[in-house]
Design a protein around this ligand. Structure first.
Ligand SMILES: C[S@@+](CC[C@H](N)C(=O)[O-])C[C@H]1O[C@@H](n2cnc3c(N)ncnc32)[C@H](O)[C@@H]1O
Length: 292
């Protein structure tokens, strides 16, 4: 019921996109349009990435010896930035030398179009000036975006991104990648021990249910994926940490939302045999570099 109420509260095209992704026969969403993005509660708020970074760095600073990321004159790479270049505008505004991402749903004409400039980038620039100071005027910002941002329309694992990255980011992406191993191997190719990275992973069911794990643990992951499609890969935080270890990348995993209480299903033995309660009920976690 909550899910239906949520879907009914969204603009019709956003509801249609969400439903299409989960329909067994279609399993994909229509291409984004500027109108869709500007009507989307999530995507129209570019400042969301600044807020996410503030929150994630606050958690890491409290829990570890994390020092805030410094974007000045560095090379930034993001996995799966989404249709509006994710952290790209923030990185460029804060002085990054370059920003690269790989995003299978990328449409360059959309990002450079006039409607997105006026209704997304213009207010975003004002928000950045308030947060980080008036580092550049709007036209300089737009020029810098054109010159410094490169997004490849492909999976990250297949993208022509080489060399060495100074900062690597992703936001709610790793749980959607099939298989994730190739992506972590690609990270190992472009990272050095000095590379700083921060990935937010959402281990929930991606529905607005009372427990974010509703429906996930009543069967083994293959059965869930066979029914719901390749929307989420069902890896838990410990699996992702193991993938980093196997690729030789030192990483730490900081749970940032653990919610055991509302879950009322019966957990299948497959999950109980492999994971403790912390791994099962961590909805959000940060995978971060260790060498600060
Ligand atoms: C939940 S969305 C998050 C998008 C964006 N990071 C944000 O927070 O708005 C997950 C993204 O991962 C992308 N994705 C899926 N598989 C990928 C892959 N192999 N490489 C890079 N991105 C991928 C999807 O196209 C989608 O845009």
């Amino acid at each position: 019921m909550r899910l239906l109420r949520h879907l009914a509260s969204l603009p019709p095209r956003e509801t249609w996109r969400l439903v299409r992704r989960r329909l067994p026969v279609l399993r994909n969403a229509p291409p984004w349009t500027a109108a869709d993005l500007l009507a989307s509660v999530k995507h129209r708020q570019g400042v969301r990435f600044a807020e996410l970074l503030l929150r994630q760095e606050a958690i890491l600073t409290r829990e570890t010896n994390w020092k805030p990321l410094d974007f000045e004159a560095v090379r930034v790479v993001e996995i799966g930035c989404g249709p509006l270049a994710g952290y790209g505008p923030l990185a460029v505004f804060r002085g990054a030398a370059s920003y690269e991402s790989a995003e299978p749903e990328w449409d360059p004409d959309l990002f450079t179009g006039g409607k997105i400039a006026q209704e997304y980038l213009y207010p975003l620039h004002a928000d950045f000036c308030a947060l980080y100071g008036p580092r550049m005027d709007f036209e300089t910002f737009r020029t810098a975006l054109r010159e410094k941002i490169a997004v490849h329309c492909s999976g990250f694992e297949a993208a022509p991104i080489g060399g060495q990255a100074d900062i690597v980011l992703s936001q709610s992406c790793m749980e959607h990648v099939f298989p994730l191993e190739a992506t972590i191997d690609k990270l190992a190719e472009i990272q050095t021990p000095q590379t700083r990275f921060l990935h937010l992973v959402d281990f929930g069911n991606h529905y607005l249910t009372p427990s974010p794990f509703e429906g996930l643990y009543e069967q083994p992951p293959e059965a869930y994926i066979a029914r719901r499609g390749k929307a989420i890969n069902m890896l838990r935080s410990s699996d992702i940490l193991t993938l980093f270890e196997n690729s030789g990348i030192p990483a730490r995993m900081i749970p940032s939302r653990v919610v055991p209480d509302a879950y009322s299903g019966t957990i299948h033995a497959w999950w109980r045999e492999r994971y403790d309660d912390e791994a099962l009920f961590t909805q959000l976690a940060l995978v971060a570099s260790t060498g600060e």
